[in-house]
Design a protein around this ligand. Structure first.
Ligand SMILES: [Fe+2]
Ligand SMILES: [Fe+2]
Length: 190
């Protein structure tokens, strides 16, 4: 004789009567968990870029490209801080989970530096290519995550992610400009 059913008050239909907000939350709990995991992933990726961008700036030949990487390093530190704010808003402690994609992209960047000659425009062409691969990964990630945040009703989080997304897009466009304006042509003459 087990009458445990009497004790399961969390299944009470009363919560349903409270409105659809509660229902939506229950339905979204898996998405909520997935979203949290993906925030950990991009947090790892941004921290990795904080370590990588100074190496890219150092390896760059042209001053404009050096400045582009140094400037984006400062932005990237801000991206890390914004994600810490996101964790806080979600009620979690900041936690990084290894991002295999960014690990691969930064490894490729390192091999590009090794494979090209110091002080050449070819080096810069390669660095721009590597940099843009990282930016495109970030753009895809922040675009998707901002959408999910909005779906989950985390509008404040969505706003933060959107702000970073715009900075990534600007950086990508700036790298394209650098390549088109001079670097690619210079390299073709080496
Ligand atoms: Fe970033
Ligand atoms: Fe970036």
């Amino acid at each position: 004789m087990t009458n445990t059913t009497n004790k399961t008050h969390h299944a009470a239909p009363a919560s349903k009567a409270n409105g659809n907000g509660k229902n939506a939350k229950a339905n979204d709990s898996r998405l909520e968990e997935f979203f949290h995991e993906e925030i950990k992933d991009i947090y790892w990726a941004e921290k990795k870029l904080v370590q990588t961008l100074p190496k890219m700036a150092k390896a760059a030949t042209g001053t404009d490209l050096k400045n582009a990487f140094t400037g984006h390093l400062e932005q990237t530190k801000e991206h890390v801080a914004r994600l810490e704010k996101v964790f806080d808003l979600l009620g979690h402690k900041p936690q990084a989970k290894k991002c295999d994609a960014m690990e691969g992209i930064t490894e490729e960047g390192a091999s590009i530096i090794e494979d090209t000659e110091d002080g050449t425009s070819t080096r810069d062409v390669a660095l721009i290519l590597a940099g843009q691969k990282a930016e495109h990964y970030e753009i895809a990630t922040y675009g998707g995550l901002a959408q999910i945040a909005a779906t989950l009703g985390h509008n404040d989080v969505a706003k933060i992610l959107e702000t970073t997304l715009q900075e990534e897009k600007k950086t990508d466009a700036m790298l394209t400009q650098l390549a088109e304006r001079r670097v690619n042509q210079d390299a073709s003459e080496e």
